[in-house]
Write a protein that binds this ligand. Structure first.
Ligand SMILES: Nc1nc2c(ncn2[C@@H]2O[C@H](COP(=O)(O)OP(=O)(O)OP(=O)(O)O)[C@@H](O)[C@H]2O)c(=O)[nH]1
Ligand SMILES: [Mg+2]
Length: 691
């Protein structure tokens, strides 16, 4: 593949609700542009984009794939993203490195929850965009209904068709191009006069296009309002500007699997969306101050790492986007995040899994390089003498956790390293050791996300993992002051042990733990205090009620006794431990549970079901609103009640509901629930002891 200069590059993300037709459209565009000579099908698992084993097995996209289409002396890097909401992290990473987006909307289903999500992410990244009414050949396809649905996405934007479908459903045979006022049959490589029966509709629709274009530029608007004709170039220029300003979202039509409307679609991407040089500049953090970067080979080198994959055969693959400067193969590069230099091997541009070696990646282009040891997703690579840091996007909080267990002893030794490598690939996946429950927790966006991760661990790293519902990380604390005294005495043969500790404990609202010495008159030597504290801390880690960590209390040693010979540190540690247990029991001990703040977005028709389900989960509903045909519920819900909510919400709403959550607070567990938790935990502990 030849090298393209910045101005001839377009980076465009294909985004939609799951199954909107992105991968099929990408395949049709590769075929159109001669990159492939046979059109693959998602169902048959032979598309360029869905090449991963898991994608083939599930017949849907799980990660973002680059599909470069060379057309009319331009290179359009399509980033085919997954639509399934569990994989939204891949969408965010892609949107970070494109200069525009094409939002596909199914001609039958219209706008769905996933469409709204990608729309709002496009807003966050301030991306110029096109709306594509896809699958126009489907039975029941309706351009007008889909267009009305698209318009519900935002009242502040003009959604204007720049194409009309030439026929609908099985008669969808091409598109009417409202810029050129021609009919473009099938893939649209040729043009012919508009059929007579569509002429009037086309003329009427063109008025809105010209108006939208005129509004892109003050001088043009004046001319237009003056009643003068705008030339084709002027309309194109005005449209470009209006699209880039985000006021105008052109609507076009395609059918990917039927290969209809593909050439006109690519033309729109090239004509209306900005090249990297024309895109909004990015602000990078320099050594001292922020620097504004525009894509230019002559600029300082700033390369963003937007994706990393680990492949057992290729090794680590780093996906790059050059925001400024030109990147050349076989050079050295500075990793600012790590503060280290890396040797850069051969650069590649990729098409699906195929890698094509290139000498240079020009400003604005995307590509890959293998075997960078230190570099990870979100890092900026550049020039040591002029280090820059590009902004990293914010990824959503995890929604779904599992406890993972190795299948065998051999798996056990590999588990941590494999989980780390998987999480390195995916910013929405993380793992940790949870000390309060002693489990290995893997968390992500939903059950499918986790399922894919577990299968990848098996396929890529040969690690067998099992999952189970994680234990809730409860905590223990006290509700009032308490006190105790304990005497530890041992006099069997040899040297004896003696220590007596009197203790007072008090709830602490604002800090985790304080330990104070209130002994007066020297009844316990100062030097024994650390031993007593050690005894207390040991119990705090293990808990008293149900084995969960204790915090938010003050422990004071008030009095005690020591023996000139038999008192030693270890004796005071034991006395401290036992005195603390007694004082804790005396101080109204309670269990605390994590309470999550939850925001749920569902179609209005599901609202009743969602609320009555929340009722069974000890939820406190805090607000209900309607937003553009969807209901939004905010509530606080105990984590214990929503460990599996992403799966359950999906089944209540038929996949049309989404939610987000974050930790809100820790609150007392109600008595009847606490009793169950304590009983269950005691049973577990007993079992662990027996094993
Ligand atoms: N009739 C018709 N079906 C289509 C068209 N495009 C895609 N499909 C079908 O719709 C389904 C989803 O297509 P994909 O191309 O995988 O859609 P996607 O947006 O990539 O899906 P995700 O990656 O899961 O988000 C498949 O069964 C396709 O065969 C089209 O233009 N017409
Ligand atoms: Mg796909």
């Amino acid at each position: 593949m030849k090298e393209y200069p910045t101005k001839s590059i377009r980076n465009v993300a294909l985004v939609s609700h799951g199954g909107g037709g992105k991968t099929s459209l990408g395949e049709a565009l590769l075929y159109l542009t001669g990159a492939i000579n046979r059109v693959g099908k998602v169902e048959e698992g032979n598309t360029v984009s869905d090449f991963e084993d898991e994608e083939i097995r599930r017949k849907l996209s799980l990660s973002t794939t680059i599909l470069p289409c060379e057309f009319k002396d331009h290179k359009v890097n399509l980033l085919d993203t997954p639509g399934y909401t569990d994989f939204v992290g891949e969408v965010i990473s892609a949107l970070r490195v494109v200069d525009g987006a094409a939002i596909l909307v199914d001609s039958v289903a219209g706008v769905e929850v996933g469409t709204e999500i990608v729309w709002s992410y496009c807003n966050e990244f301030k991306l110029p965009r096109l709306a594509v009414v896809s699958k126009m050949d489907r039975e029941n396809a309706s351009f007008q209904a889909a267009l009305a649905s698209v318009r519900s996405l935002s009242p502040d934007v003009s959604f204007i068709p720049v194409q009309l479908p030439w026929g609908e459903k099985h008669e969808f045979k091409g598109v009417i191009d409202l810029f050129a006022m021609t009919a473009r049959p099938a893939d649209g490589r040729s043009a012919e006069p508009i059929p007579a029966d569509l002429q009037a509709a086309a003329e009427e629709a063109r008025i809105a296009v010209v108006e939208a274009a005129a509004e892109g530029d003050d001088a043009l608007l004046e001319k237009y309002l003056d009643g003068q004709e705008l030339s084709a170039q002027e309309i194109a220029r005005g449209a470009r500007q209006a699209v880039r300003a985000g006021r105008f979202v052109p609507v076009c039509v395609t059918a990917g699997t039927a290969g209809v409307g593909t050439a006109p679609f690519l033309e729109l991407l090239i004509d209306l969306l900005p090249s990297p040089a024309e895109a909004a500049p990015v602000v990078a953090q320099g050594k001292a101050e922020a620097e504004t970067l525009t894509a230019s080979d002559a600029g300082p080198l700033a390369v963003y790492v937007w994706k990393t994959t680990a492949d057992p055969f290729v090794g680590k693959l780093t996906y790059l986007r050059v925001f400024s400067g030109i990147l050349s193969s076989d050079t050295r590069i500075w990793n600012q995040a790590k503060g280290t230099e890396e040797r850069l091997g051969t650069l590649h541009v990729v098409r699906g899994k195929e890698q094509i070696a290139v000498k240079n990646l020009h400003a604005g282009d995307v590509g890959t390089v293998a075997k960078l040891a230190e570099t990870g997703t979100g890092h900026t690579l550049g020039d040591k003498g002029h280090p820059l840091t590009l902004p990293v996007p914010q990824y959503p909080n995890a929604l779904y956790s599992v406890a993972v267990l190795p299948k065998t002893q051999a798996d056990s030794t590999k588990m941590g390293a494999s989980l780390s490598r998987l999480c390195e690939e995916d910013p929405t996946l993380s793992w940790r050791q949870e000390p309060s429950t002693n489990q290995t927790i893997l968390q992500g966006m939903g059950d499918q996300h986790i399922d894919v991760a577990i299968r990848r661990a098996e396929a890529k790293f040969q690690v067998g993992l099992m999952t189970e519902t994680p234990r809730v990380p409860y905590r223990e604390t006290i509700t009032r002051n308490g006190k105790s005294s304990y005497r530890h005495k041992k006099q069997t043969g040899g040297a004896g042990q003696f220590a007596e500790v009197h203790m007072a404990i008090e709830p602490l609202a604002d800090s985790e733990f304080e330990f104070v010495n209130r002994v007066v008159g020297g009844s316990i030597s100062h030097s024994f205090m650390p031993a007593i504290e050690k005894g207390v801390r040991g119990v705090m880690k293990q808990g008293v009620l149900a084995g969960f960590p204790i915090d938010h209390l003050l422990v004071a040693v008030t009095d005690g006794k020591e023996h000139p010979v038999d008192s030693k540190a270890v004796a005071f540690e034991v006395a401290g431990r036992e005195a603390f247990k007694l004082a804790f029991q005396d101080a109204g001990p309670v269990l605390l549970e994590p309470i999550m703040h939850v925001r749920i977005m569902v179609p209005e028709s599901n609202m009743g079901d969602v609320l009555s389900d929340l009722n069974t989960r000890r939820a406190r509903v805090q607000g209900m609103e309607n937003e553009r045909g969807h209901s939004v519920v905010t509530a606080t819900v105990p984590l214990a009640e929503i460990l599996r909510y992403s799966t359950e919400l999906r089944s209540i709403t038929g996949g049309r509901g989404i939610f987000s959550m974050s930790l809100s607070s820790y609150e007392f567990v109600p008595q009847h629930v606490a009793e169950e938790v304590i009983a269950a935990r005691q049973k577990d502990l007993k079992k662990e002891e027996e094993d």
